[in-house]
Design a binder for this molecule. Structure first.
Ligand SMILES: O=C(CO)COP(=O)(O)O
Ligand SMILES: O=C[C@H](O)COP(=O)(O)O
Ligand SMILES: [Zn+2]
Ligand SMILES: [Zn+2]
Length: 309
């Protein structure tokens, strides 16, 4: 099966009240860990590539690795651009064979976000590619710009409807209190489910996307810190909140930080317990296993997409 778009996946996910996991990829071990999990869970999958990932691995390497994953596993995989900041990067990815792109105009004034998103949608749809837009701003570090909690603005439900109608996007990332990275909440975790409900009511049947959805599992934070790391107070989105979001029109749930933490915790522990080992295959192999384990857990116990191929 070749790369697919998310159109059918989202339709089924919406109707079934579950979400598809969108996992960020940066190298071979991460890709292999994720796709092995998806294969064993029989789960549809979105692999997403950020501008930073393209810069790190170089576009052709990621593309070829994902192609290998598609050929090797035969599962439906979407190749998605995460947080495309301008028309040019979206065009480059579309021309390169991506089946989905995100144009992130959320930093722009409403009208400019609409104009930019509309332009990407026209280019993408002519080529059979789907587009995710974003309205509202997440707190935390995004696009290399620090957005303070104060400036973060949640998605307005009326604007969401107007945005979708005027741009023709296929899915919409909304801001309801999540943020990127490992420090999502200072006190108790809070997501604005009332707002999510209003957005869903304005856009019935329309797939929504939740960014910044890592749970920052205490187990991995603890291992990082025990073996020389220094990430005190890291906190993510509780998994039952993600389950709830998935039952309320959120069809795509973005996870990157949890994979980074699992990988780093595993490698830190390996180095500490095996000081004389220096074969990268040993520690990267364990890191790949850790990624597979956490992705299987997410699919089966949180997103609900296991067995949905
Ligand atoms: O939203 C994300 C990628 O677009 C990832 O969010 P996390 O930092 O919570 O993993
Ligand atoms: O949303 C951000 C993702 O976690 C990707 O992060 P990155 O830009 O460092 O690759
Ligand atoms: Zn954004
Ligand atoms: Zn994001």
């Amino acid at each position: 099966m070749p790369l697919v778009t998310s159109r059918e996946m989202f339709k089924k996910a919406y109707e079934g009240g579950y979400a598809i996991g969108a996992f960020n990829v940066n190298n071979m071990e991460i890709i292999q860990g994720i796709v092995e999990a998806a294969r064993e869970e029989k789960a549809p999958l979105i692999l997403q590539v950020s501008a930073g990932a393209r810069k790190y691995a170089r576009p052709i390497y990621l593309k070829k690795l994902v192609e290998a994953a598609v050929e090797d596993t035969g599962i439906p995989i979407v190749l998605h651009l995460d947080h495309g900041e301008d028309f040019e990067i979206c065009k480059a990815c579309i021309d390169d064979g991506f089946t989905s792109v995100m144009i992130d105009g959320s930093r722009l004034p409403f009208e400019e976000n609409i104009a930019l998103t509309r332009r990407v949608v026209e280019y993408a749809h002519e080529r059979g590619v789907v587009v995710e837009g974003e309205l509202g701003r997440l707190a935390g570090v995004e696009d290399n710009v620090k957005v303070s909690d104060r400036e973060a603005t949640f998605t307005d439900p009326d604007q969401a409807l107007e945005f979708v109608e005027r741009t023709g996007v296929d899915s919409l990332a909304v801001a309801i209190g999540t943020s990127h990275g490992a420090y999502k909440f200072k006190g108790e975790a809070y997501l604005d489910f009332e707002r999510l409900k209003k957005i869903t009511e304005k856009l019935p049947g329309f797939p929504l996307v939740l960014h910044g959805a890592s749970s920052v599992l205490p187990e991995y934070v603890e291992i990082c810190n025990r073996y020389g790391g220094n990430i005190p107070g890291a906190q993510g989105v509780p998994e039952d909140m993600l389950r709830k979001a998935a039952s309320m029109g959120v069809c795509k749930i973005n996870i990157d930080t949890d994979l980074r933490l699992a990988m780093t915790a595993t490698i830190r522990r390996y180095f500490s317990e095996n000081p004389s080992e220096f074969d990268p295959r040993k520690y990267l192999g364990e890191a790949r296993e850790a990624i597979k384990k956490i992705v299987r857990h997410k699919m089966r116990n949180v997103l609900g997409c296991s067995g949905k191929i």
